[in-house]
Ligand binder design. Structure first.
Ligand SMILES: Cc1cc2nc3c(=O)[nH]c(=O)nc-3n(C[C@H](O)[C@H](O)[C@H](O)COP(=O)(O)O)c2cc1C
Length: 183
């Protein structure tokens, strides 16, 4: 059976992040053969082009993890109608040095949960714009704009009943799309 390693990038550093909970709760919905690596982004320095020739160990690690992945899963909050700076910092790091963009060609899923009613829609559009430039194909449909509400997760941290059908359908589409990209 083919193995698909998915690099998961959560755009929040918050300990009790809803987005990290969402990313974790999606994992059991995937078919066999998918594994998940949460990329650490909280120890990356602020990107500085002067350091391209002598990257910090955390940057080298990030680049290696991205390169080893067959697919990307971005699960991010919306900060002030865009993506959090920590996420953009990580994306910039692995996109450089010029000509060595580690993200290129990796199929990506984009989703997010926020307390606001439009469920990260604007952040996701900004993220898709950045990823398009980096030659990262993103799954277009279904879109997943999720609002944090009582019952989104059950007591065990799984996806609650009200959202499980929708998110299972999202995972099925994304998983099939990652598989198509490998053939
Ligand atoms: C700096 C900042 C900006 C925010 N801006 C938005 C926003 O533009 N849209 C939105 O829906 N929620 C916004 N929020 C609220 C987040 O949706 C909420 O904090 C959410 O829990 C963050 O995701 P997390 O739980 O994964 O950390 C903002 C929160 C912070 C801290």
């Amino acid at each position: 059976m083919s193995q698909y390693r998915i690099a998961v990038v959560v755009g929040s550093l918050r300990k009790d992040s809803f987005n990290r909970q969402l990313a974790r709760a999606l994992e059991p919905l995937f078919p066999a053969g998918f594994t998940f690596e949460h990329l650490r982004i909280d120890d990356l320095p602020l990107y500085n082009q002067d350091d391209d020739g002598s990257p910090a160990a955390a940057v080298t690690r990030l680049r290696g993890e991205v390169k080893a992945a067959q697919g990307l899963l971005f699960v991010t909050p919306e900060y002030n109608r865009s993506i959090p700076g920590v996420l953009k910092n990580a994306i910039d790091h692995a996109s450089r040095p010029y000509g060595q963009n580690a993200w290129a060609g990796k199929p990506a899923g984009v989703l997010g949960v926020s307390v606001g009613a439009i469920g990260t829609a604007v952040a996701q559009q900004h993220l898709r714009n950045v990823l398009a430039y980096l030659d990262v194909p993103t799954l277009g449909q279904p879109e997943a704009f999720i609002q944090q509400k009582e019952g989104l997760f059950d007591a065990q941290g799984r996806i609650g009943e009200a959202s499980s059908k929708f998110l299972q359908a999202w995972v099925d589409r994304y998983a099939a799309w990652v598989q198509r990209h490998q053939s």
